[in-house]
Each structure stands twice: as structure tokens, then as C-alpha cells.
Design a protein around this ligand. Structure first.
Ligand code: HEC
Length: 415
């Protein structure tokens, strides 16, 4: 088992990968449960009908069919005569998503801040500084957002949304100046995700508790709880899609790591709002506004265009890679180069020889030692610590060859 260093303590690479994977597994499942139930309730709310035969204090009713049975759901805005002993609250889905997400942020980003957050050519931060800046942003994002919402709770929601969008566009730009592309993306994702969960924890659930309490005491609940909860649920509804977009984008460098990737975040927030709007109208039983897909498509095409014009301007004087290469023993270079040329470059080349392949997969080129040094982390996880590459070991990478890539990785790692 290979050993990696976290500070002073030695932790097994495989154990670390498993830990990260298990937390990620939990995070995705909790996220599905949370977003799933929130989508469900939005659609349910929109489909409620006020029929004559429902109890007179009820607000509306919906019939649904699922899993071989019918469900008759009745919504009350006031407490029913007798509150049932069992009342299901929906909150742990949100909390579990945040807790696992924060753990993942620590495991992936904070532990390897030098790899995933810091870009010394922007600002040469220490790991601790990067982590502090990230935590500050997460807290500040919520405080600022919460303040703006409280000040404007009964005012025009559209103006509020535009204002919040501008604030977050500024944050995206700011973190792009401070962090690496990938670090900045995850930072904005974490800030938005935190706002969503804090909305549940600090506003929606406490408000609901107070409402239930007043109803039980036969008092009229303060309508402010209802209005605030509605405003925050609405924001969560519209933030869901962009947050998921950011979270899965870290597998797609052309999305998060170009000059204009920070603008793409805001564009996706707008496109997502339109998509949610479409489904909200559709679920309320009205005629679906298909025309809304036109601006969505235009925004996405424009984002693609931004990725295209924001990609690096390629030049051929990579001084740092050359400096590393000069220190590697010549036989290790030639042995490694021979491996990638014979076992990887049929696919991982600017003009792949592989049938129907237009670009090198994931834009990972492996045609010479420079390419290999640049991608050494990926090669290590794909071909040394696992059998992921070559796919299906199609070009028969021998274990002895993996050992050579292993030696190269550790040589470069020590420099
Ligand atoms: C038959 C074609 C083929 C060969 C040969 C091949 N790869 Fe790949 N490689 C791919 C494809 C396809 C992907 C994209 C996989 C995906 O979408 O997750 C990929 C992705 C990668 C990635 C990026 C993974 C990521 O998700 O970031 C690395 C690194 C990589 N390959 C390394 C190698 C190495 C090293 C070799 C040779 C030892 C190799 N590949 C051989 C097809 C190939």
C-alpha cells in the first residue's frame, strides 16, 4: 500500500480514497433525498385543488398514484382539530447533505489546498490562508444574503433575485482572482449550498416550529413566518440546479477552468431559474411555456462559446515543466515516454488514431514527457493506483510498466 503524507501523519492512499469515496456516496444520496423531497413538495403544492368535499379548514387536496396504491393528500394551513402523534419533519436530508458536503470539502479541497485551491501565479497563499478565506466566504455569503432577504422580505422578489445574482457574480469574480479555477468553483458551490441549508436550519424549520406551536395554542400564527419561509423556499427552489451544476462540474475542466468560467456560473443560475420556472408552471397544471427553452438554449450556447474563447492560449515555453524534466534521470524519461507513446497516445493525442475519436479524452494529451509531467497526478490515479486506464487494459499496460510510472510520479513528487 502506498503511503501519502498529510502534515506529519502518514495515511494510506487507498484508505484515504475509500474515505473520500464513502463521504461522497453519502453526500450524493443525502442530496438526492433532499432535492427529491423538495421537488416533490413543490410539485405537490402546485397541484393542490380546493374541492368542496374536503374538510372545511383544509386548504387543498391532491390525489396521487404510486407503488400500487392511491394517496389522498390534504394540506392544512391551520392545525387540524387533533394533531396526530406522529408528524414527519423534513430537515435531516438537508443537514446530512451539508455535513457530508463540508466533510468532502475538507477531505478533497482543504487537505490538498495547494493542489485544488491555490494558484501561486494569482496569489501565493499558504494552505491555512486559503482555508481561512474559504471559510470566511462561506460565512459571509450567508450573513450577507440573510441580511438582504430580511431587509426586503415583503418587497419585490424579482429585484431581490437580481440583486442577489449580482452579489454572487461579484463573489465568483473575486474568488477567481484569489483561488485556482477549480477552487473558486467549489467555493461558490459551497457558499450557495450553505445558504440553501442555512435557509432550512435557521429560517424555515424554526418558523415552522413557531407556527405549529401557535396553532397548538389556538393562536393565530404570525404571518411573517409564512412569508419568510415562502421566500426562502423559493430561493432554494431556484438555487438547486446551479448548485448541482457546480458540484458535478469539477469533472469537466473545460467548464470550470477557463478565463470566463466565473461568468458561466451566473449564466447557469439564470438558465436554471428559467428551467425551474418551466417546471413550476407545468406542475401547476397550466400550459407549459415551451418558449422558455429558447433563452435557456441561448444561454447554454453562449456558455459554450465563453469556454471556447476563454481557454488557454497555447505557447511552447513551459519553463517549469522543463526545469522538472532536467532533473529526472534520462533512462526514467525514455522508459516512461515509451510507455505512454505505445500504450496511451493512440487515444491521448491531439489527433487520436483511435476510431471516431475527435479529441484526446478529457483533453489529456500523453504524447511526450512534458505532457506526462503535466498530467502526472491523473496518470497516477488512473494507471498506477487503479486499472482505470487504459480502458479495459485495451493496450495491455503491464504491471512492470505501471511500476515505471509509479517511480516517475514519486520522483516528480519529491522535486
Ligand atoms: C482506448 C483509448 C484510451 C487509451 C489507450 C487510454 N485512455 Fe485514458 N482515457 C480514455 C477515455 C475515453 C477517457 C475519458 C474517461 C471518462 O470520460 O471518464 C480517458 C481519461 C483519462 C484520464 C483523465 C481521467 C479524468 O477523469 O480526469 C487520464 C489521466 C488518462 N485517461 C490516462 C491514461 C493513461 C496514462 C493511459 C495509458 C497508460 C491511457 N489513459 C490510455 C481513453 C483512453
Amino acid at each position: 500500500m502506498v503511503i501519502v503524507l498529510i502534515g506529519e501523519a502518514k495515511v494510506s492512499y487507498i484508505l484515504l480514497e475509500w474515505t473520500e469515496f464513502l463521504v461522497r456516496w453519502l453526500h450524493v444520496i443525502a442530496g438526492i433525498a433532499w432535492i427529491g423531497s423538495s421537488f416533490y413538495f413543490i410539485a405537490l403544492d402546485l397541484s393542490l385543488i380546493n374541492r368542496k368535499d374536503i374538510p372545511k379548514e383544509a386548504h387543498g387536496e391532491a390525489w396521487q398514484v404510486h407503488g400500487g396504491g392511491f394517496y389522498q393528500i390534504v394540506k392544512y394551513l391551520v392545525a387540524p382539530d387533533k394533531l396526530p402523534s406522529q408528524l414527519t419533519w423534513f430537515k435531516w436530508e438537508a443537514y446530512a447533505t451539508w455535513i457530508s458536503g463540508f466533510l468532502l470539502l475538507i477531505l478533497v479541497y482543504y487537505i490538498s489546498a495547494d493542489l485544488y485551491m491555490i494558484e501561486i501565479e494569482k496569489i501565493d497563499l499558504s494552505n491555512l490562508e486559503a482555508i481561512s478565506l474559504s471559510l470566511m466566504g462561506i460565512i459571509l455569503g450567508w450573513v450577507l444574503y440573510n441580511y438582504i432577504c430580511k431587509k426586503t422580505v415583503n418587497k419585490n422578489n424579482i429585484m431581490l433575485s437580481i440583486f442577489i445574482l449580482l452579489v454572487f457574480t461579484f463573489f465568483s469574480w473575486l474568488y477567481f482572482q484569489v483561488f485556482s479555477h477549480r477552487g473558486a468553483y467549489m467555493q461558490i458551490g459551497s457558499m450557495l449550498g450553505t445558504i440553501m441549508v442555512a435557509n432550512v436550519l435557521m429560517i424555515i424549520i424554526p418558523g415552522q416550529k413557531k407556527v405549529v406551536q401557535s396553532l397548538l395554542e389556538n393562536k393565530k400564527p404570525d404571518p411573517i413566518h409564512g412569508t419568510t419561509a415562502k421566500q426562502r423556499s423559493l430561493h432554494n427552489n431556484y438555487l438547486t440546479l446551479p448548485v448541482i451544476f457546480i458540484m458535478i462540474s469539477n469533472h469537466y475542466p473545460t467548464i470550470y477552468a477557463t478565463d470566463y468560467s466565473w461568468i458561466v456560473i451566473s449564466l447557469i443560475i439564470i438558465a436554471s431559474a428559467l428551467i425551474r420556472q418551466f417546471f413550476n408552471i407545468k406542475h401547476s397544471g397550466k400550459k407549459p411555456p415551451y418558449l422558455l427553452w429558447a433563452p435557456v438554449l441561448m444561454i447554454i450556447l453562449f456558455s459554450v462559446y465563453l469556454s471556447e474563447i476563454g481557454k488557454p492560449n497555447l505557447t511552447n515555453n513551459d519553463k517549469r515543466a522543463n526545469a522538472i524534466i532536467e532533473q529526472i534521470p534520462k533512462d526514467l524519461i525514455s522508459a516512461s515516454e515509451e510507455i505512454i507513446i505505445s500504450k496511451c497516445s493512440m487515444c491521448h493525442a491531439k489527433e487520436p488514431l483511435w476510431d471516431n475519436m475527435q479529441h484526446s479524452p478529457k483533453l489529456v494529451n500523453l504524447e511526450n514527457i512534458n505532457d506526462l509531467i503535466k498530467n502526472i497526478e491523473g496518470v497516477y490515479s488512473q494507471s498506477v493506483m487503479s486499472y482505470a486506464m487504459p480502458p479495459g487494459n485495451i493496450s495491455v499496460l503491464e504491471n512492470s510498466e505501471r511500476k515505471i510510472l509509479y517511480d516517475l510520479y514519486h520522483f516528480v513528487d519529491k522535486l
